[in-house]
Design a protein around this ligand. Structure first.
Ligand code: FAD
Length: 594
């Protein structure tokens, strides 16, 4: 049972109702009918081509022969169709053949691709990031050389940051870049490189962090390079292999069909490379692009949650077990009849909808930060994006794991057995809180860099705007809306108190404040999710005035109600965890060690 149907109605609801259109470009993508057509086509490709390969890819795995990775059966053909459908180029700039769709649409599409087949779609995600880096930092010559083929999907991209001694702390990286003629030679080993090799594209453009001779120590001495798998001539044709070797493919818990490679650069003569961005400015350049990648990883959390939910729902309709608790139905019932199973499914659904709304709202802030009509709007959108990005990355990915786990639970024993696919979603989800900056690092980013912006005033401004939405709900006479609004308003007030306390603690005792960073980001995620559900319920109630039997809209309000009664309610108790649990920070290490 591996069916996947893209949740088009909910994605369109968010894009059309929860995001703003105050952009000075991409007007063609503000037509709801066009957006609908895009998602309908994407949904067909995802269901018919990508989703069926998810399970087969997981079972078959990858092979490495003569230094080349072979993808599982069907992946090369699916990739061909992906390019022919124009899906590779949705985000790239028009100047180089892209379609320049807004990120709120690209984000929605990415959700669909990752839900259908995460191992396949990781290639696209890394390529999107590499394209962005070259668009932002490349010279005109580099852009003309690399972007058209990368945007068309003929070439893919990778990110080469991690080394065995340098993971979260990239200042420790040792890979060297030695200037030679007008180019550079790279020497060093990178580990965990996603789609570091595959046989779907004719070339792979590796973006590599390395140190120049005499570079300053630490993070200030890191530069970014472009080093292709196959060398490229002036006319764009491919030449001999560059000195980049796949040493091995990692054996992993999940995303089995995504090649995670150990790459050796320069074992023989040095891997040829070009400098991208300023010398020693590599980390800054990489971070610009990593922010978008973090948003995309958050979206992967939404994807796996949706896939796990659909899987669990389908199973609950056919698994017959037990009797109806109140005798409403005679004889053995499908497990969906049991209140506890209903609770699990509703929990999965409501969290997933909150995550989707928050992640696409954030994608819209990304659009506005680049394309809003005024500088003031752009700056404000950038501030919002700064706050939202670590929250979306950490919260949505933690939720992805939790929801996939609930999906296993709905299946009972069959969830633990591989044949249903529920176990695969759980295994695939587990990497999400780890890569692209672990969730612990995201929590620290929120505390150290975001909460502290303008001494907490930017965070407070954001919360005040959230409060206005909750107040709008309260003003609606309809009981359920005002109930949701009151609950969300109360939660935002508690979050504000918690944030103020944490900020004060940060000034007094950094170690103690840092201990509360993860529960704080968790609390933010659940409450920001509640805010999104309140906004959704409000919009749904307005739309219901003209369409009072619309099941989707009716269900949106009750799902929001469920969310505020359960997820939001539990988040309130995190205040004490953030501020109290680590009061005695000095004793923690002693306790752990003894
Ligand atoms: C499947 C997979 C795919 C990947 N793809 C890529 C890729 O394409 N390109 C690439 O460059 N890398 C990639 N990575 C690497 C990934 O980004 C790193 O694994 C991740 O950043 C964590 O680094 P680490 O594994 O060295 O863990 P460590 O940094 O050793 O962290 C271990 C633990 O310590 C915590 N920790 C570390 N430092 C701090 C700190 N300062 N404060 C608080 N807590 C801290 C972490 O949160 C974590 O819990 C991939 C990894 C995997 C497993």
């Amino acid at each position: 049972m591996q069916d996947y149907n893209a949740p088009i109605e909910d994605i369109l609801f968010v894009i059309n109702n929860l995001t703003s259109t105050s952009e000075n470009k991409n007007e063609e993508y503000s037509d709801p009918e066009l957006i609908k057509q895009i998602f309908e086509e994407a949904g067909k490709f995802a269901s018919n081509v990508l989703a069926p390969l998810n399970r087969t890819g997981d079972k078959e795995g990858l092979s490495l022969a003569n230094g080349l990775v072979r993808m599982p059966n069907g992946f090369v053909d699916a990739y061909d169709q992906y390019i022919k459908g124009g899906w590779a180029s949705v985000a790239g700039s028009k100047e180089y053949g892209g379609q320049e769709m807004p990120w709120k649409i690209v984000g929605g599409l990415n959700e669909v691709w990752h839900a259908a087949n995460m191992s396949f779609s990781l290639n696209m995600m890394l390529t999107q990031g590499a394209i962005e880096a070259i668009e932002a930092y490349g010279t005109d010559k580099q852009k003309a050389k690399y972007l058209p083929k990368m945007i068309s999907g003929e070439w893919s991209g990778t990110m080469n940051l991690t080394e065995s001694q340098a993971g979260s702390d990239l200042s420790l990286l040792k890979t060297k870049a030695i200037p030679q003629d007008e180019l550079y030679k790279i020497y060093g080993n990178k580990i965990y490189i996603t789609h570091g090799d595959q046989d779907m594209t004719e070339n792979i453009i590796h973006l590599v962090l390395a140190r120049l001779p005499d570079a300053p120590k630490g993070s200030k001495g890191i530069s970014l390079f472009i080093s292709p798998k196959n060398m490229i001539s002036e006319d764009g044709s491919l030449l001999k292999r560059n000195d980049v070797k796949v040493v091995s493919i990692e054996h992993k818990l999940g995303t089995i069909a995504s090649p995670t490679c150990v790459l050796a650069f320069g074992d023989i003569e040095g891997a040829s490379a070009e400098l991208l961005a300023q010398e020693n400015g590599g980390l800054k350049a990489m971070f610009t692009m990593m922010n978008n990648a973090r948003l995309n990883v958050g979206i992967q959390g939404v994807s796996i949650a949706e896939r796990a939910y659909q899987q669990a729902l389908n199973f609950s309709l056919i698994r017959m077990q037990g009797n109806s608790i109140d005798g409403a139905t005679e004889g053995t019932v499908a497990i969906i009849d049991h209140p506890d199973v209903q609770r699990m499914l509703m929990d999965m659904k409501s969290r997933t909808e909150a995550m989707r709304a928050l992640s696409l709202y954030t994608a819209n802030e990304l659009d506005l930060s680049k394309g809003a009509l005024s500088e003031e709007e752009k700056n404000k959108a950038q501030e919002n994006l700064d706050i939202l990005t670590p929250i979306v990355k950490a919260w949505c990915t933690d939720q992805g794991v939790l929801i996939a786990s609930t999906g296993v639970q709905v299946h009972g024993g069959m969830g633990f057995i591989e044949e249903t696919g529920a176990a695969q979603h759980y295994r695939d989800a587990r990497i999400l809180p780890i890569y692209e900056g672990t969730n612990g690092i995201q929590a620290l980013d929120l505390l150290r860099r975001k909460l502290t912006m303008d001494d907490g005033n930017i965070f407070r401004r954001f919360l005040n705007e959230m409060k206005k939405d909750a107040e709008d709900c309260i003003l609606i006479e309809k009981g359920e809306l005002s109930y949701i609004g009151k609950k969300v308003l109360k939660a935002i007030n508690i979050l504000e108190e918690t944030a103020d306390e944490l900020l004060s603690m940060w000034k007094l005792n950094k170690r103690q404040a840092a201990s509360g960073a993860t529960p704080f980001i968790d609390m933010c995620g659940s409450i920001f999710g509640g805010w999104m559900m309140a906004k959704s319920a409000l919009k749904a109630s307005q739309l219901l005035k003209n369409d009072d039997k619309n099941k989707f809209l009716i269900s949106k309000i009750s799902t929001s109600s469920f969310y505020v009664d359960t997820v939001l309610e539990s988040a309130l108790s995190l205040k004490n965890v953030v501020t109290n649990a680590h009061k005695n920070v000095g004793a923690i290490l002693y306790n752990i060690k003894n």
